[in-house]
Design a protein around this ligand. Structure first.
Ligand code: MG
Length: 363
């Protein structure tokens, strides 16, 4: 058996089985008739159960600290030719994106990023202009996010560029959002249109003509925005239960919530927020926009589950506070545990043909 046979999720399960001695902390049950959706001060989640708190199995590790703040840590590895093509992304965008994808994991926990560490392996022949532009992109994204670079490591590689970020952040104890907290009946929501990044990737792969709509999709693919303000805001909402960022696509990421929360999920495909650009380009090139929205990865919007009785209040507050829509796209179900998510199109069952990107299986 090879790594390809078990896939990326299988590898993570294996590592979890060996090292994940502390099971992910389960959130406390929420009072049934909570009067207010947003309660910055009340303690909803219990303190994680040990000093090691929460290890493998969520967007960040959570480390217990004295006082009201929990520490968040996340790290990610980007390898040339697996995660990016040197000739297809300009180094400034690569710097911005490689940091953004890590910041997004802190947002997914309801937290705020504070500090970054960058380790780089670079081939000796790389142009200094490339390095300077990459660092400029990193610097831009750091400034935009209020995060400081505090250290890291550099080494020479034999050929490929390897980028690793580690991010430290924090979250108020009562704001911590876990993948394991979804409850049957919850409304499943996303914080942005989805599928644009997948459409942008498709456009790059197909070499389609660069219309303004195509440019917008490509920009969303190459320069995704981490939803930091959205994550912190949703973190402060008691009615928001589970949260994750959309890195591998709705199809893959909803499964992670289903697995950790022991629930099923129904997605109403006609409710998926699809941008006018994706609709336009999909119609032009006969792509299925909703399949891109389901299976395309790297949107880095947030996916969360919201108590049904608080959804209206939270969606209004979200619109007011952040100027955007909290799109309802489905619901959490008690049945369907261990099954595939169910996709409905205007009530009729449909099956997506695209799957979220799995790094070992999709070679
Ligand atoms: Mg994530």
């Amino acid at each position: 058996m090879t790594l390809r046979d078990i896939g990326e999720f299988g590898l993570i399960e294996r590592i979890h089985a060996r090292f994940g001695g502390n099971p992910p902390a389960e959130p406390a049950a929420e009072p049934a008739a909570a009067p207010a959706a947003q309660t910055p001060s009340s303690k909803v989640h219990p303190a994680p159960s040990s000093s090691a708190a929460l290890g493998i199995g969520d967007d960040c590790a959570v480390i217990e600290r004295p006082g009201d703040l929990l520490e968040l840590v996340t790290t990610d590895l980007l390898i040339e030719d697996s995660h990016f093509l040197r000739d297809a992304i300009d180094p400034r965008q690569l710097g911005r994106k490689s940091l953004a994808v890590n910041l997004s994991d802190v947002a997914a926990m309801g937290g705020r990023p504070r500090a970054a560490f960058l380790s780089l392996a670079l081939p000796g022949e790389i142009e200094l202009d490339w390095v300077d532009a990459f660092l400029e992109g990193v610097d831009e994204r750091l400034s935009e996010s209020g995060v400081e670079l505090l250290g890291g490591d550099t080494t020479r590689s034999k050929g490929l560029i390897v980028i690793q970020f580690t991010i430290l952040g924090d979250v108020e104890r009562s704001h911590l959002k876990l993948r394991s907290a979804a409850q049957p009946g919850d409304i499943i929501c996303v914080t942005d249109s989805i599928g644009d990044s997948g459409g942008g990737l498709q456009a790059l792969l197909d070499g389609v003509e660069r219309t303004p709509a195509v440019e917008q999709l490509v920009r969303k693919h190459l320069d995704p925005r981490p939803h930091l303000a959205e994550g912190a805001w949703l973190g402060s909402c008691r009615g928001v239960h589970a949260m994750i960022d959309l890195s591998d696509g709705l199809e893959s990421d909803i499964r992670r919530i289903m697995e950790r929360s022991h629930c099923g999920a129904e997605i109403e495909v006609s409710q998926l927020p699809i941008s006018s650009e994706l609709q336009e380009v999909s119609a032009e090139h006969r792509w299925s926009a909703w399949e891109l929205a389901v299976g395309g990865g790297e949107d880095y919007a947030l996916l969360c589950s919201v108590a049904p009785d608080l959804y209206q209040e939270i969606a209004e507050g979200y619109r007011h506070g952040l100027g955007g829509e909290l799109h309802a796209v489905g619901r959490v179900t008690a049945d369907g545990v261990g099954n595939d998510p169910v996709y409905l199109y205007e009530g009729r069952r449909v099956d997506p043909t695209r799957r979220g990107f799995d790094h070992f299986r999709s070679e």
